[in-house]
Each structure stands twice: as C-alpha cells, then as structure tokens.
Unconditional design. Sequence first.
Length: 371
Amino acid sequence: MERIEYCAPCLFGIEGILADELRRMGAEDVRPENGRVLFSGGIEMMARANIGSRYAERIQILMGRFHAYSFEELFQGVKALPWERWIGRQDAFPVKGWSLNSKLHSVPDCQSIVKKAVVARLSGVYGIQWFDECDGKCQIQFTIMKDEVTVLLDTSGVGLHKRGYRAVSGGAPIKETLAAAIVDVTRARRARLVCDPCCGSGTLLIEAAMAARGIAPGGKRAFSAMYWGSVPAEVWKEERQAARERRREVEFAARGGDIDPAVLSLVGENATKADVGDCITTALQDVRQFVPDGDSGTVLVNPPYGERLLDVKAAEELYRIMGKVFVPKAGWSYAIISPHEQFETLFGRPADKRRKLYNGMLKCQLYMYYK
C-alpha cells in the first residue's frame, strides 16, 4: 500500500487532541508539533481526515523537507520532489508561503523559484513546456524556518473549520475547530444536556451535538483533492459512506440563550444545516436568567471579550454575573473561555482546572468548574 506523509495544521494548544483523533482514525506515525500534527497513511487517510477531523484546519501532503541556503538549493530541492504523482497536465498549481529567520528571506523570490522548480520537474515528466492550469487546483505551500524548507500540497481547499452550516454568524463567532476542542476537553459530547446562555449563532451547541451524534464535520462539503485526477473518486465515496455509518442515536439536548434576537434566529438555521436542529432549543434571555435546571448539565460559554475600554468594563461585569448564576451544583459543570488575566477574581472563585487555548492568535484560558 502506498504510504503518504501528511501534515494537519491546527490551532495552538490542541495538538494533542488532534493527534489522538488521527490515531483513532487509523493514522500512523503521528507526531504532534507546535501548531500542527504530522502523520502518515494510505490515500484513504486523505479523504478520511478531511471528512472526519473536528480539529484540523486543513490536511496537506508533506512533499518534502530539506535545508536551503541559496536559491539554487531551493530550486534543486523542490525539483527533486515527485510532483507528477499529484499534479496532472492541466491542473493549476499556485504557490504561496512564508520565510522566517532564514537566508532566503524574500517571499516573492522564493515563490518564483518554487514555481519554476515544479514546472521544470513536470516539463521533464510530461514533455511539455507550457501548462494551461485550467483543471483542479493543487495549492503548493512552502515554509522556510531557520533555513529548513517544508513543502506541502493542500488537499482541503477552504479551511476545514468551515463545515458548511454557518453561512452567517454573529458579531464575534468562535471558530468551529476551537469550539470542537472545547467540547472535547470538557467531555461535553458525553453529556445529555449542554447549555450556552451566551450562544450567539450557536457554534458551541452545534459542535457539541455533532460530536455527540458522531456526525462528520466535513460530511457535506467539498475538498480540493476531490477534483484531482490523481485521487480516485471511489476513495471519497467510500469514506463518506463510512462516516455516515458512524452516526449514532443518543439521548442529547442543547439549550441556547442570548439577548440578541437577530443572532439567536441563526441558531435554528445553522443547526438544521448541521443535521442537529431537532435537539437544540433557544430562548431570548439574559444570562442573569440562567438556572442550572435538572439533574446534570454542561455549560459552555464564549462570552464577549471586549477590546475598547467600555467593552472591557462590560465584559468584566458579565464575568461577575456569571460567577453569581453559575452556582456549584452536583452533576453540573461550567467552562468559560476568556483572555482576561483576572477572570477568576471577577468570576468570584478559582477554576478547578484551566487549559491554555488560542482563539486565533489571542491567548486564552478555558476555565473549568465542576466541583
């Protein structure tokens, strides 16, 4: 069986979660690094990871890694890679990348050299000098860090956090991959009831419901590599079918609340698109009205952070309010993500557990209360 090296970029702080997920999928030689996880597998892993990963930002083929201190070394290193395995005569192969702390610091020049090297390789294989680039898009990505070049080929296209259910969102939506990670860390997928009293367009609730029911996050969307002649269509068909068979019927309910009727109206639309509309209910209400009603439940919240002074003050007041209404109760747990260094003081009690996560480039803490 063909063994392919892959790379899955992810948000900082969730590398371990993604690595465990890939192992469960059957990936081999899984190696977490800062902001990404490297792994290997057959061609079916390309489709399986794209369709099923809740935490990866995209799935890339790791074409090669080498050191380059001159443009000639960069050219020869890229040219030596087997581009013809993936890129056909008519395929488009744009190049993008970045360089940091390296002798080859001009990104435009590096882009040009990488492009010329791929053209030279494909020209020698196909016996042609001009490429129309009118078919499937094979996005080439390079990174140069301390003179080490990593060359990748993107198989996903649009980032994997775009599941397809959230065409419209609220003013400060949480990224789907981060929401899924919070669901994993808090074990909310195993809960019977999940609540978000500041739910916005419902991302945390939807990700919890999809995880509970085993719904593949990429089950309804397309990926760049689906249009490559080098990847059999049957692979995608089989992996989609396998993903559908992994769905499960469980007892699960989610409740959302918000003070903004406009964003609250989006929850139902988004949940329906994600196939979890039947288990999510919403109410127009202030967080002050929240009551941990029932024997057990998991509360997940991504409250407004505040950037301007007045917004910061409002966010701090919200933290105080949550500290009063999120009362300790047997069977109930609370998880709030925030970048505020004084959150626990404002909330009124120290967290039972904290987890460092990044919302984009913003360092946050996930404060968890379960005692």
